[in-house]
Design a protein around this ligand. Structure first.
Ligand SMILES: NC(=O)c1ccc[n+]([C@@H]2O[C@H](COP(=O)([O-])OP(=O)(O)OC[C@H]3O[C@@H](n4cnc5c(N)ncnc54)[C@H](O)[C@@H]3O)[C@@H](O)[C@H]2O)c1
Length: 254
């Protein structure tokens, strides 16, 4: 994608795999210094090493986004290492254990909401403190088509992803006049380790049925989400504020 992030600093959570990894790589290729954060320290270390080997500027940070202290430390290390924070992609997320609401457990609800919703809230708290001090920056929060429609057996995930849009629009209103833009992205079905795990957990038929409802007739690629995140993070989208950008091959317009 022909957008430059030269002299910019990008932070991506969940950067060890899937959409986060593809987006961190895209930021680096566009010239940004990139902080790759993930609860999987080995994965994010390998990803940063691969970028550094190509002479990109990258730093791996172990961070569980459901832990406020770790999130605060992640943002502090970003600023200590690269001096500022221009673009944050709050991408880390997990799926719920498939269960109808009557059968779902409180433990799984808290686990999913703790990462997918409170994790995004926590990241924004600390990122915005830095961006407000700079009087500039962009944030893209990862929602999902699960933030737009319902999903039987997926209540906690869809609740969290709907909530991400509420956090996004609210924070966007707070900081729009202060040089900071906050938006969300809503990916459709994308080929990543997360979708591989859903297949391994016996959800192949459900995924095939979902694919039948994708008008372009295929799953998305991680680089197609990375392109959209880079656009939302760049000055090319300077008038886009508090928007939830659906990137799903047409799934939700049927
Ligand atoms: N793949 C899809 O079809 C799809 C569709 C819509 C939305 N999403 C969302 O996109 C985001 C990325 O999904 P993906 O498919 O790349 O997933 P993935 O499982 O392939 O990768 C997620 C990464 O996040 C990390 N992670 C998990 N919990 C974490 C935590 N608590 N703190 C920090 N890092 C953590 C994992 O270690 C992993 O490296 C998620 O928020 C997901 O809900 C994915």
């Amino acid at each position: 994608m022909n957008i430059s992030f030269e002299n910019k600093v990008a932070l991506v959570t969940g950067a060890g795999a899937g959409l986060g990894l593809a987006t961190a790589n895209a930021f680096a290729e566009a010239g940004a210094s990139v902080v790759l954060a993930d609860v999987d320290e080995a994965a994010v270390g390998r990803a940063a090493d691969a970028l550094i080997a190509k002479r990109f500027k990258a730093l791996a940070v172990r961070c569980d986004v459901s832990d406020d202290a770790q999130v605060e430390a992640m943002v502090a290390r970003t600023v200590a290492t690269f001096g500022r924070l221009d673009a944050a992609y709050n991408n880390a997320g997990i799926q719920n254990v498939l269960a109808d609401t009557a059968e779902a457990t409180r433990e799984d609800f808290d686990r999913v909401v703790g990462v997918d919703l409170r994790g995004v809230w926590s990241c924004m708290r600390f990122e915005l403190k830095q961006m407000l001090a700079q009087e500039s920056g962009t944030i893209v929060n990862c929602s999902s088509i699960g933030g737009i429609v319902g999903g039987a057996g997926r209540g906690s995930y869809h609740a969290a992803k709907h909530g991400v849009i509420g956090l996004t629009t609210s924070a966007a209103l707070e900081v729009a006049a202060k040089g900071i833009r906050v938006n969300a992205i809503c990916p459709g079905l994308i080929d990543t380790p997360m979708s591989d795990r859903m297949k391994a957990a016996g959800q192949t038929e459900a995924l095939a049925a979902m694919l039948n409802d994708v008008p372009i007739g295929r799953v998305g690629r991680a680089d197609e989400i990375a392109d959209a995140v880079l656009w939302l993070s760049s000055s090319a989208s300077s008038l886009v504020v508090g928007h939830a950008l659906v990137v799903d091959g047409g799934y939700t317009i049927r």
